[in-house]
Every structure is written in C-alpha cells, then in structure tokens.
Design a protein around this ligand. Structure first.
Ligand code: RIB
Length: 299
C-alpha cells in the first residue's frame, strides 16, 4: 500500500530556555537551532524510514529547499511538492530543562493549498492507497471528501486540534491517531477508556490509536483493544515524538504486524526520537528501532 501524505513542512526555530516563557516576561535563551519539521513531513520521514512507499504533497515557500533535500535523502516521492514565492510555514519552539516543549505555529505556504492542486494530486491515487492527514494544512474538509469519493483509506492525526476541524466529516476517517487532549476535544470525555468508548459509538467503522504521554498508548476498534507502555528514556527533546509514533504505527500495520506489535514499534521508535534534538533529524531508521527492540520483541 502506498501512502499519500498531504501535510505541512515547517522550519522549526528551536530555543533552549530555562522555563517556558510566562505572560509579560522577557527571557534570554540559551541557544537557537533551526531544524526541518512540521507534523506532515515528520510523519512522512517516519514512514519512509520504516520502509513504506510515501508520497509527500504540500507547498513550500522561499526557504523550502531543505524539505526537497529530505525527500531526496530518505526516498520520499516529492513530485507533489510545489514551491511558492511566499513565506514558509515555521514554528518557534521553546524547550525547557525537562525537555518539555511549547510551540508557536505560523502556517505560511502550508495553508495556501488550492482545490485544483488537491484534485491534481488525488488524480494519481486510487482506493488501494492510504491518505494521511494532520491539521496543519488548509482545505482538510475538501481533501477528506474527495479522497473518500475515491475510496482511499483515510488516516487523520487531528493535531493541532482547533475549530477548523469542525467542518471535516469525521465519519469518513478510517484511522484516528490522537492524544488524550485531542480525544477529549473530540468526545468531551476525559478518561482514556471513556474516550475510546465514545469514539467507537461516534465512528463505529474507525480504528483508533490514543496516545497517553508517559502512560503509553492504546489501540481500539470494534473487535480489539490493546495497550502499550512507554519505553522509559532520558529525553532531551520531545518534538516529533508523536509524529514518529504515528509513522511507525502505520508502517507496522501496512507491513502486517499485529496492532500490539505496531504499537510496540511506534513506542520504541518514539523513545529513540526523544533522545535526539530536532524534529526530522531525531527520527530513527527501522534497523535502529529493531536493534533496540530485539531484547523485548513480541512482534
Ligand atoms: O509535531 C512536531 C511538529 O509540530 C514540529 O516539527 C513543528 O513544526 C510543529 O508542527
């Protein structure tokens, strides 16, 4: 199965700080680094490094060459990435001493998709393919409707969660990958088991992966529920941990692993990602994940 990911590409401006800045405060930072990131391309890189055939589609701006280079380096098809004479999507990311982050997002070219561009991209895909989406690009309702008409399998990571998602027909989503906060926003429930039960009622045909931060991750569909604890590590930067998990979970499913095995693969890959700085540069290759998993492998 091929994966088409219509997703964001952001230049991440990463600042190490003593603490996440407070309202009205000015704080000198300890360092600044610029990394390629964006939930879209992070997830494409994780899929590609896990061995899946990925097509990344989206819009870059004047500073977007690093994203073309990344696609080249990791074997991601880049035929559907277009460059505009406009400002790139970018973020300002603070990382505190506990490796927690706080992200300010500017959409830039990521939010300049047109219906004509989406139609052109989707014309190259069929019901045999999967479409992966996050909420950092515009036109999600249109993209979901057109892809559903084609019979594509649609996976949605509704992140960052905001009111723009209200216009998306969620009944067309086959796989949700979301965290507890997003689960709460979608269902009004707080407890993980209640979130999963509510999603099963709202979207009975969907599969759901619910990530719980340090408490692990759960998978549920109408027939199966499973749980995966985290692999504890000393984190230096949690940026892209969720994207790494998403890419590796989907890769595990495509490659025929059980849902439990796919959760385990995602958990191990993200445990490696948090030990490295940056978004795209932190995402491990499959062989690194397999080597790290070897002692505990149950896949
Ligand atoms: O999920 C991590 C990503 O979120 C970062 O790379 C940043 O670009 C933001 O989009």
């Amino acid at each position: 199965m091929r994966v088409l990911n219509i997703g964001s590409m952001n230049l991440d401006y990463v600042y190490k700080v003593d603490h996440i800045i407070l309202p009205g405060e000015t704080q000198a930072t300890e360092s600044r680094e610029v990394f390629p990131g964006g939930k879209g391309i992070n997830q494409s890189v994780a899929l590609a490094k896990a061995g899946v055939e990925v097509y990344h589609a989206g819009l870059i701006g004047r500073g977007g060459q690093p994203f073309l280079d990344i696609c080249e380096a990791f074997g991601i098809h880049r035929d559907f990435i277009r460059q505009l004479d406009a400002p790139d999507g970018h973020t300002v990311i603070q990382i505190d001493k506990e490796a927690q982050n706080s992200i300010l997002l500017y959409g830039g070219t990521n939010r300049m998709l047109t219906e004509a561009f989406i139609d052109e991209v989707l014309s190259h895909f069929t019901s045999e393919d999967m479409l992966l989406l996050q909420n950092e690009v515009n036109l999600l309702p249109y993209i979901v409707d057109r892809a559903y008409e084609k019979g594509m399998t649609i996976a949605l990571n509704p992140s960052p969660f905001d009111q723009r998602l209200d216009a998306v027909d969620m009944t067309k989503i086959k796989l949700f990958l979301l965290n507890e906060v997003e689960g709460h926003q979608l269902t009004g429930k707080t407890e993980p088991s209640e979130i999963l039960s509510a999603l099963k009622v709202l979207y009975p045909h969907a599969k759901v992966v619910l990530t719980l931060g340090k408490d692990g991750a759960m998978y549920a569909d109408q027939n199966e529920t499973c749980f995966q604890p985290i692999f504890p590590v000393d984190a230096v930067d949690t940026t892209a941990a969720g994207d790494t998990f998403t890419g590796y979970f989907i890769a595990g499913c495509i490659q025929g692993l059980s849902k439990q095995g796919s959760l385990q693969l995602g958990a191990k890959a993200s445990s490696i990602a948090v030990t490295r700085p940056g978004a795209v540069p932190s995402i491990p290759f499959l062989h690194e994940v397999m080597e790290a998993l070897a002692p505990s492998a149950a896949v």
